[in-house]
Design a protein around this ligand. Sequence first.
Ligand code: NAD
Ligand code: UGA
Length: 470
Amino acid sequence: MAIPFISHRYIILLLIFLSCMQAYEQNNPTIVMIGSGYVGLVSGPGLAEIGNKVICADVDTHKIAMLEQGKLPIYEPGLEKVIAQNVAAEKLSFTADVGKAIEKANVVFIAVGTPMGEDGSADLSYVKAVAELIAQHITSYKVICTKSTVPVGTGAWIRSLLESHGVKPELFDIVSNPEFLREGSAVDDFLKPDRVVIGTETDKAREIMYNIYKPMFDAGAPYIFTTVPSSEMIKYASNGFLAVKISYINEIANLCDATGADVKTVSKAMGLDKRICPYFLNPGPGFGGSCFPKDSQALMYASEKYQVPLEVVKASLATNALQKKVPFKKLCALMHKDLQGKTIAILGLAYKGNTDDIRYSPSINVIKELLESGAQIKTFDPQAMENMKAIFSPYTHAITYCTDAYTACTGADAVMIMTEWNEFKILDLCKIASLVNNKILVDARNIIDIKELKKLGFAFDAIGRSCMCA
Ligand code: NAD
Ligand code: UGA
């Protein structure tokens, strides 16, 4: 009779142990971040930094090999340190075996690309591939969380995809946790967010997600728990709105050019109104990057699909297409349309400062127009030259990549400032004046000291500041 008694006790202890394990895992989940690009490679280490155990996974074996050697595949200020300290603390690791990482994880973040499809919709093929891989490897309960920017309805679509592959509904919960970081300040944006948005379907998933971000919430980060569709919509609504704001100030800048007002003063005064706020009121060569163009376009696709007019978003895209032509038009005006055989120095290739990303960069538009006009290009960007070389590889005869801004300006017939890198804000203009062939300059970012340019005898133009340039 002793044996059944022992085994009964044993079973009770085992059950207690298992329920403790479950509670432990719920409070200390292993996270896998699938996709180690600009978002996954910041969000993964960021979640480790606030105390979680994270595996960053990617199908790009070269990327993972670099990360395992302590090298970064992207340029992002401050990221190297966060990665190094969390790898050392054994809270962060990397793998190219995505399936195995899924098996180990309690929470699976999907952070793969959702680029613009040919019809303007978000291309969900990478998300689908990940969902199918999850279906193959899921054996225990997991939270499946989209960090990628995905259209409303994607969470539900992932659910049906998994179920169609025979995954039992009780094995997973779907969560949406969009990311709002900006490249160039991504680490800070992630660790000190304006808000964390989490869309959940169940209390269990909500609790798991709350625990993941708890240290951040305890430190005062605002958060919003909502439904999955609302969370998905918040991301698009935010990006669409910011894109509209930029297009609006770009149009006002162009009107300033035509009327003699100075957009710098106009936007400063507008921004002092708390309802408007000072951010995202810098006019420039049009918005670029991997997100505003594609997310605005995806909103247009949704507008068609659901037959709901989004005229403001549509206008912002049309304005942006026009704005991308403005720097080149200004250059043509200053050079009396005589660009054939001329050498133009382009300072800045990245779509904004502090990143090596050139996706939808306004510099690409300018380079194409210059090449079509028969100009030669000398260029410098502190981080983005390798990426640009890959795009313009057939034009090595027409584009020279230089080691610094001054080399790029040497012998140039005109200079164009296309990206607001800090080092371009403090250029020695006197030195540039002595190096160029012609003192002509277009400042597409409004960062150059106009008084100094005037003093040095430059013919120049900026955005919305014609009154100051004359
Ligand atoms: P990215 O192209 O830099 O990175 C995507 C990564 O996913 C790549 O490294 C790729 O190799 C990997 N990948 C593709 N398929 C995979 C698979 N099946 N398994 C594992 N890895 C796979 O893209 P990103 O800029 O990081 O953007 C990712 C998502 O985040 C997009 O939806 C984007 O809209 C959104 N987002 C981007 C930013 C940003 O600043 N870049 C900010 C917020 C949100
Ligand atoms: C943008 C959003 O700011 C992030 O919140 C969001 O997470 C991200 O998109 C995304 O979803 O990927 P990002 O594209 O990295 O971040 O950079 P931004 O600083 O927003 O700049 C986007 C573009 O707008 C750049 O080309 C920039 O030069 C331009 N911009 C920005 C202006 O022309 N004027 C401004 O005042 C601000």
